[in-house]
Design a protein around this ligand. Sequence first.
Ligand code: SPV
Ligand code: MG
Length: 436
Amino acid sequence: MPSQKKTVYVAMSIDLVHPGHLNIINRASKLGKVVVGLLTDKAIASFKRVPIMEYEDRYKVVSAIKNVSKVVKQTTHDYRPNLRKIKPEFVVHGDDWKQGVQKKIRNDVIRELKKWNGKLIEFPYTKGVSTTKLIETERKIGTTPDIRRKRLLRCLNSRSLTKFIDIHSGLSGLIVEKTRINTEGKIEEFDGMWASSLTNTAVKGKPDIEAVDLTERLQLIHEVLEVTTKPIVFDADTGGKIEHFIFTVRTLERLGVSGVIIEDKTGLKKNSLLGKKVFQKQESIKNFSKKIAAGTKAKTTNEFFVIARIESLILKKSLKDAITRAKAYINAGASAIMIHSINKSPKEIFKFAKIYNNLKNRKPLIVVPTTYNHVKEKEFEKNGINMIIYANHLFRSTYPNMKTTAESILRNKRSKESEKNLMSINEILNLIPGTK
Ligand code: SPV
Ligand code: MG
């Protein structure tokens, strides 16, 4: 019989319960009473993606597992704050953390436990059932509009910086969904997808002037929804007429899109990256606030974001104008603010952020670092920016390769020379689930 006085601490994310978790808990229970330190969304998001299940649901699941005596919150990836409070005789973990992202955490645990003669007990990791593998399974099963829609809010609440990147096809959606790298002790991936008007229209060979209507833009959304689970933010240009914008909000929200961004311009919309090179007119604060208010009223869930995009800096207006607009749009109900700039330096964006961050009813702040692309993500974080959008980079990476291949075939009168830059036919067959 194990001594019930002894405490065994097991930290877990329990995003998707699998037999590996149960093995660890069962083995831990042989050593004493099991206290599970359930990592919060924030703690998990500090080293990998935001979990699929929310904390409350994960709590319910782990509390119901046989042999779990107690569940406590672990608010950091670092175990030490909880260990200091609980002073367990044992910490139990799978032996998979000796390498990779968790190595440092493991060393800290060993050092901390030594202070009261506690021991780290490691059991062989149950192979083939990792959460990462289960996430792949989850992608195959799909998601629901309700779960997906909420993911932007959950990202903003748990990530220090939320990162989105453009989509222009189902395939680009798959890249955002699946691309994951291991770097600096963390698993890095994009949090979600930006349905850019620029890339959604350019891929059709059409200009970014609201000539491609919503029905056509939604085709991309349907394609992407079908093969991904990550959240989507839709670029709705000016939002069009207020009466039409209401339907846009309802449609996107119903589909499980997490938010819509509209820019405060009026008349024939031109892409912001053109700046003052073309005629672009900013909408009045009054009219744009009305549109934001109408969109906010039209939405039926709290988690759907109606985001106001400020074009003052694009149109060489003052910082003061941008701040006045931010205040007005938030008062009208905007769930977040995007401040756009095409300056090569981030200075004006950071100046804006400094004032904006002190607003009483501040909402999340989004930027689009296309021209100031030398700025590292850490710097945005330091300046209190909550989300960045890499607005066109996946699309822009497709075109140069296609052009090179076309030229190579023309030059060589055959395709052999272009092969070295192409993915193999086998890779395509393996890329798309269900092909074989
Ligand atoms: C887009 O990606 O369509 C945008 C961002 O609206 S920008 O192209 O910079 O205007
Ligand atoms: Mg756009």
